[in-house]
Design a protein around this ligand. Structure first.
Ligand code: PAF
Length: 326
């Protein structure tokens, strides 16, 4: 009798444990860079995971897949679209291939500084752009950031548009960037991030461009000699969720996911702010030769034909709305 009672209690405990276990939904999140604390995507992923676990009392568990384990950014977005991956933290690079309107934020020298970019992306314009994603079978939760992009290469110190001539430059798979670098006289080579380090090592490309956050976390000083602080374009990031998961969430959980993604974006921005202060000194100490700035007006005037194309594609009024945003 006593033994039966213990057996029943044991069974009940086992059932309770398994129902807690099955009540937890694991979601897979992919991104291109190192896990926390070594990249802005890593810290964002961890901030997101912690916030979701806290706000849902552990009903959702975010599993992180860093370092392009699940493919390049375009591939990861495709997987999110198909529902074979739940979440991705990605640069804006391949995003216009899915949501063409977002290309407007990739226009060179569009944003004055991080405060301007953050105000635009967190404000009405940024939210209007996020609202375009569901029509493309993607849910964009929040804008994050990587910082302003700079140029690195192995050929020469670059100070003027003239110095860009003929540089085989890896660009993201982004039509706005490709147009800009072609107009500047470089030979843009669109390539997924996982191939870039090998390309630089083997010399199939001379250089690439990325923010300090990426140049440091991906240890590009080991494969690149020259860095020019061009600040040629602001690099937004975005947290994207699969519509399959979104459709299964209650209204309360949807708002939790949105709030957690804002926490992730804030963590990303803090990381970028911190690195902007000390990253260049670190890269110099690692042996990079740094050109501390460029004549922006000179680059902008060389880019005039590209700006005419952007105006045709995105509408000058829309571009001015971003430029003049206060
Ligand atoms: O250059 C890129 O493709 C992106 O900036 C990177 C490094 C994958 C981070 O999103």
């Amino acid at each position: 009798m006593k033994r039966n009672l213990f057996r029943c209690l044991g069974l009940a405990a086992a059932l309770a444990t398994s129902s807690i276990a099955s009540a937890q939904t694991a979601l897979r999140m992919g991104y291109a860079l190192a896990p926390a604390p070594n990249s802005h995507y890593g810290v964002a992923g961890s901030a997101f995971a912690e916030e979701i676990a806290k706000r849902t009392q552990g009903r959702f568990k975010i599993e992180q897949y860093p370092n392009s384990q699940l493919g390049g950014e375009r591939e990861m977005i495709e997987s999110v679209q198909l529902g074979t991956l739940d979440l991705v933290v990605t640069s804006s690079g391949p995003v216009p291939g899915f949501v063409p309107e977002t290309g407007i934020v990739d226009i060179p020298f569009l944003f004055r500084d991080p405060a301007h970019a953050r105000a635009v992306l967190d404000g009405a314009i940024g939210q209007e752009l996020l609202a375009k994603f569901p029509a493309r079978n993607l849910i964009a939760l929040a804008w994050g950031e990587q910082g302003f992009r700079h140029l690195t290469n192995n050929k020469r110190p670059v100070g003027t548009p003239e110095d860009m001539k003929g540089l085989k430059l890896r660009t993201m798979e982004n039509p706005v960037h490709i147009t800009a670098f072609r107009t500047l006289g470089a030979a843009p080579t669109p390539m997924a991030w996982p191939e870039v380090i090998t390309g630089l090592q083997q010399g199939t490309i001379d250089g690439q461009e990325n923010p300090i956050s990426v140049i440091t976390s991906a240890k590009l000083s080991q494969v690149q000699k020259f860095l020019t602080l061009t600040r040629h374009v602001y690099s937004p990031a975005v947290v994207i969720l699969s519509p399959k998961i979104w459709g299964s969430l209650s209204e309360a959980d949807k708002s939790t996911f949105r709030e957690a993604s804002k926490t992730a974006a804030a963590a990303m921005r803090r990381f970028v702010d911190d690195l902007e202060k000390r990253g260049v000194d670190d890269l110099k100490a690692q042996g990079m030769q740094v050109v501390m700035g460029i004549d922006t007006a000179q680059f902008q005037s060389t880019l005039a034909p590209a700006y005419a194309e952007y105006a045709k594609k995105y509408g000058q009024a829309n571009i001015d709305r971003i430029k003049n945003y206060k």
